[in-house]
Design a protein around this ligand. Sequence first.
Ligand SMILES: [Zn+2]
Length: 367
Amino acid sequence: MNERLLPLLSRLMRVPGLAGYEGRVRQVLKALIGELGLATRTDRLGNLIATLEGRTGVPSVMLFAHMDQLGFVVRKIEADGLIRIERLGGVPEKALPSQEVLISVGEGRDVPGVIANKSHHATTPDEKYRVVPYPELYVDAGFATAEAARAAGIDVGTPIVYAPKLLELAGGRVAGAAIDDRAGCAAIVEVARALVESDERPTVHFVFSVQEEFNLRGALTAAQALLPDIAIQVDLVLATDTPDMTARGDVRLGGGPAMSLYSFHGRGTLNGTIPHPALVALFDATAQDEGMPLQRTAHIGALTETAYVQLVGEGVATIDLGFPTRYTHSSLEVCDLGDLDRLVRLLVAGIRRIGPDFSLDRDDYIQ
Ligand SMILES: [Zn+2]
C-alpha cells in the first residue's frame, strides 16, 4: 500500500477549488509535480501541464484528471445578510440542506456558512418529504446585513464549495467533498512519481484540468495543444454495491480499479465515450499480469472529458479509468484508498507497456 496516498489526498481535498476557481488546487499540484523535477506550465484556461519525455517512435500519452469541484456561486445577498446561491455543476438538491459550506473569498479570508434547513418543529407534513429546490435555499454565514457580508469580501459571483475536509473511515476508506476528482489528481501525482524513475516509457503529458464540473471541456485546450496519440482520464466510477445501486452494475468499493466500456449523456450534451479497443486490451492484459482485478462499468447518465478529447486532431485513442466512489457529488463522497493504490499501479504498469509495437490501428482490433 502506497503510504503517501492518504496525506496527499487529504492535502488536495482540504483546498477549495470550484470550477473556474482552481488556482489554489493548481498551486498545490504545481509544487508536488515540481518536487518530482518536472517543469509545469499553465494554459490560458488554467490547465496545469507537465511533460515527461519518453522513447521516440512510441505513441504519446496524455494522462489527466480534473482539479475543479462542483458547488455554487453567490446569486444574491439579501438585506438581512442571508445569501442566495446559484448552482455550478451537478448539484444534488436533496442533499443540500444543513450542509456546511465554505465561501471562497481568498486564502485566509474564507467564510464558513451553513445551507439552511427549515426548523423541524415548523415543518408541515407535506414539506417533510419534499426536496427543496436550490433557489429556495440560502446560506447563513452569520451576517445580519448585506453590508456585513460585503465587508467580509462576499459579492455576487463569489464561489462557494462544500466545506473541504477528509474523514478517515474504517478499512482504509475515506469520505469528503471533491474526492471527485482530487483522488484522480492524487493518483496522477503518484503515477508521475513512478514514471519519472522509469526509463521504459512513452512521452507522458500529465494534465490537471479545469472546469470539468462546469462544461466538461476544460481539458480540450490541453489536448489541442499537446495532440497526444492516447488520452487516459482518471476519475471516479459509480460504486454499485449499496442497496440503492445494485441494478446499475457490478462495481464494488474496495474491489479494485475500474474501466469504463461505455458512457453517454443525452440531456443537452449528447456525447459519450466508447474506449479505443487497444486501450481496453492493454489494461485488461496489464491487470491480469499484475494479478489485480479490473472492474468494468458500462452505463449512461455520466460523461467525462474523454468524450470531447477523443475528437481532437485526427482522433485521440481514449479510455476512462477510475476508482469506485459512493454518494457522488454529495458533500461526503466515499472512496477506498486500496482501490486508488491499485489504480496507480495499473496505470504505471500499463503506460510502461506502450512501446514501439503498440498499435492504435483500428483494423488490428476488429471484433
Ligand atoms: Zn469528476
